[in-house]
Ligand binder design. Structure first.
Ligand SMILES: [Zn+2]
Length: 456
């Protein structure tokens, strides 16, 4: 094989030939020999229940990772995101950044995994925090999203260092809090502190569960807002003496149906978003409340007769890299202003809850092309490029850290995330660890070493 060293921005993948050969390399063999180690590590991570909310056991999982990575020659820092949402004496937001420098100066490859998991929910047949192994799979909350990915990146890094002790540059592994609740006590905080400054980190791989042969280039944006329509309370038998806020909201929903939803459906993005339904702009109406509060199920009384004087909805608008955030806001505001001028007594209040911009890494970025080549070498197939319908921590690395050379790549089936009986396949973890290891070889070894080790 020729031309192994490909960390050249701007050179398209297709230009490098299309030989498809799964390779046996010393690194791949060494990773295969660590099957038991990757199982043990994944089980141990699952057994630390890092539920978010509220954010339990962040310190414990950081201390576990601290011991593990120090034993493999990493320098570690435990960093509390003091004062971020949810941070308290009871639920402190702890993060870990571990760094192992090579013998010579070079680029830094950073693997970032979130350590938090979502609530268990109903419908489990396995112990959600038992880390049980069955038929080549390890089960548990967070197995796929994303403790399996974290374990794969640790095994990849450790094995790479053992196989190539003379590597150049540096490897970093971070375990961060709160991705499931926006990442403000995790990656956003670290990015604000300079941990993702492009002068200290050059390549970022986030091992989220996107399937082992897919490279996730980024995600759509999100805009969340509350809209309240105003009315006037009166007796229900004489609604003409009041002003019904629910009817005003009905007019808002009609305007959405007639104009906003068709307009959004007509916008297709060039982002390779999966599943296909998310390749357009979308909006969910998250909730609606109007009039008197609902009574509990055991309340046996009858409702009082009142005209509702307020009605509120929360909207969850997901937008494309082609749509500026101002346009997303203005489009909704224009509909509401139109109602204000055309509909008698219509009044409203719009309150923005949160906004996240889309993120999209260039297909020709070095980390993308390096991992694409590694997928081909390890699995003998072409990588599929995708983008995520929802956001993940790449937004903070991109927008706060200003680091554009970032992807999500990791083992696990995306659709299993947050589901009952979530699991991670052991072979999938090993395959993706080999891909990560091969990417490290490309990025952190001199060209000659890579050519020598990759002879097929
Ligand atoms: Zn995740």
């Amino acid at each position: 094989m020729s031309l192994r060293h490909i960390a050249t921005p701007g050179l398209p993948f297709a230009a490098r030939g299309s030989t498809v050969l799964a390779m046996t390399t010393p690194l791949n063999n060494a990773i295969d020999s660590k099957r038991d180690a990757i199982i043990d590590l994944t089980r141990a991570l699952i057994r630390i229940p890092t539920l978010n909310p509220p954010g339990e056991n962040y310190r414990e999982i950081c201390e576990f990772l601290d011991r593990r990575l120090k034993a493999h020659g990493f320098e570690t820092q435990l960093i509390r995101a003091t004062g971020t949402p949810g941070d308290s004496a009871k639920y402190p937001r702890w993060n870990i950044v571990a760094r192992r420098a090579g013998r010579h100066a070079g680029e830094c490859v950073h693997f970032n995994s979130h350590t938090d998991v979502v609530e268990v929910g109903r419908g489990w047949s396995m112990d959600p925090f038992g880390g049980e192994e069955k038929d080549g799979k390890i089960y548990g909350r967070g197995a796929c999203d994303m403790k399996g990915g974290l374990a794969a990146s640790i095994i990849a890094a450790e094995t790479f260092i053992e196989t190539h002790p003379d590597f150049t540059g540096a490897i970093e592994i971070s375990g961060t809090a709160d991705e499931e609740s926006g990442g403000y006590g995790g990656v956003a905080y670290l990015a604000e502190q300079g941990y993702f400054d492009p002068t200290r980190v050059q390549h970022v791989i986030i091992p989220e569960p996107l399937n082992k042969d897919r490279i996730c280039l980024g995600h759509r944006g999100g805009w969340w807002a509350e809209i309240e329509t105003k009315g006037e309370i009166a007796h229900g038998s004489m609604p003409f003496l009041g002003d019904c806020a629910v009817r005003h909201m009905g007019a808002v929903l009609n305007a959405f149906e007639d104009r906003l939803f068709p307009a959004m459906a007509a916008r297709r993005t060039d982002m390779p978003v999966v599943p296909d339904g998310a390749r357009q702009s979308t909006m969910n109406i998250n909730s609606i409340h109007g009039g008197q509060p609902e009574q509990s199920d055991d309340f046996t009384g009858l409702p009082a007769h009142c005209v509702p004087d307020a009605c509120r909805i929360v909207i969850d608008r997901r937008f494309l890299v082609e749509e500026p955030l101002d346009q997303v806001r203005d489009e909704v505001t224009a509909l509401l202003e139109g109602l204000k001028s055309s509909r008698a007594d219509f009044d409203y209040e719009l309150t923005e809850i949160n906004a996240v911009l889309p993120s999209m890494t260039d297909r020709n970025a070095p980390v993308v092309q390096t991992v694409a080549r590694a997928i081909r070498d390890v699995m003998g197939k072409e990588a599929q490029y995708v983008a995520s319908p929802g956001t993940y921590d790449q937004k903070h690395i991109d927008r706060i850290g200003k680091l554009k050379n970032c992807i999500a790549y990791g083992p696990g089936i995306l659709e299993l995330a947050h589901k009952p009986d979530e699991y991670i396949g052991i072979d999938d973890m090993l395959d993706s660890a080999k891909v990560m290891g091969a990417a490290l070889e490309t990025l952190l070894l001199p060209c000659n070493d890579v050519q020598r080790d990759r002879k097929t």
